[in-house]
Design a protein around this ligand. Structure first.
Ligand code: FMN
Length: 264
């Protein structure tokens, strides 16, 4: 069953979410890529008959702060919403539930969610790119074929955290650097930065989220993310694995679903 009036929204600094968003897109779907700052200025409007699918990455076991801020500004007007959380096969934390809670607060009627493991920018363990079969499974799930678990979105369930750990994690992880002798000042880093963090001297400032978009965009390979210690890399290396895709339906706690509910 194809949805009418469906909008796919993605945030994708290094392209993984964008690949999935484009693969699940039907011809009649609208597509919004809100990765760059200028794409977050004009907000889309929704109605009760709208269906939206968010495809967003997992950052530090949660929703990237930029995505959380963007979702908070939207008014879903009771549009149906699904969330695909794309992660690097390391840890997914509570990203899906946090995203669902944020969407609920912005007046979306949150219905479904999935965790999909995709290649991690920081990892030398290269997870398989998404096969046609995996993408077909995601499409089928969004279009009505539900065979997943049920997640509670009851009031007592884990709520979207008010305080983000991302600035702290970033401070502990590393920094984005540029090799001045290789930089040709082409500006691709600046044009592709989701956080408006590249200054006129092409150095990253405090807004940098270590997403790797500028590293990918630099034609001279002049940019890199330098870890402050081997710990983040060792953690990722030890935990980055091929993971099964997981599919969920969101539900408020009720007697009928309690028996089926597997709160994670
Ligand atoms: C700052 C940052 C934090 C991340 N945190 C996690 C994490 O907690 N767990 C995980 O499995 N992957 C993590 N990842 C990997 C991303 O979720 C994964 O690479 C995703 O595919 C990125 O989406 P994109 O390619 O659309 O930008 C992180 C990546 C970045 C850049």
């Amino acid at each position: 069953m194809e949805q009418n009036n469906r909008t796919i929204l993605c945030f994708s600094p290094t392209g993984g979410c964008r690949t999935i968003a484009l693969a699940i897109r039907n011809d009649s779907d609208s597509f919004i890529n809100f990765t760059l700052p200028q794409s977050r200025v004009n907000l889309p409007s929704f109605s009760q008959s709208s269906e939206v699918v968010f495809v967003i990455p997992v950052y530090n076991r949660s929703v990237p702060d930029i995505c959380a801020q963007y979702i908070k500004k939207l008014n879903g007007k009771n549009a149906g919403a699904s969330v695909i959380c794309v992660y690097g096969g390391v840890t997914k934390g509570n990203a899906l539930k946090t995203a669902a809670k944020l969407l609920q607060r912005s007046n979306f009627n949150v219905k479904k969610g999935a965790y999909i493991a995709a290649p991690h920018f920081y990892s030398k363990t290269k997870l398989n790119n998404l096969s046609a079969e995996r993408l077909e499974r995601i499409r089928a799930f969004l279009n009505g074929d539900f065979s997943g678990r049920i997640i509670s979105l009851s009031k007592n369930a884990h709520s979207a955290s008010a305080v983000s750990v991302q600035p702290l994690m970033k401070a502990l992880t590393g920094k984005c650097t540029v090799n001045p002798s290789a930089c040709t000042a082409c500006g691709q880093c600046l044009n592709n930065c989701p956080a408006d963090a590249i200054n006129s001297d092409f150095k990253a400032d405090g807004n940098c989220i270590l997403c790797g978009a500028c590293v990918n965009a630099c034609p001279q390979h002049a940019r890199s993310i330098k870890f402050f210690s081997p710990l983040p890399y060792l953690f990722i290396k030890a935990n980055c694995k091929h993971r099964d895709d997981e599919f969920f339906e969101f539900a408020s706690v009720s007697a009928s679903v309690k028996s089926r509910m597997l709160d994670h």
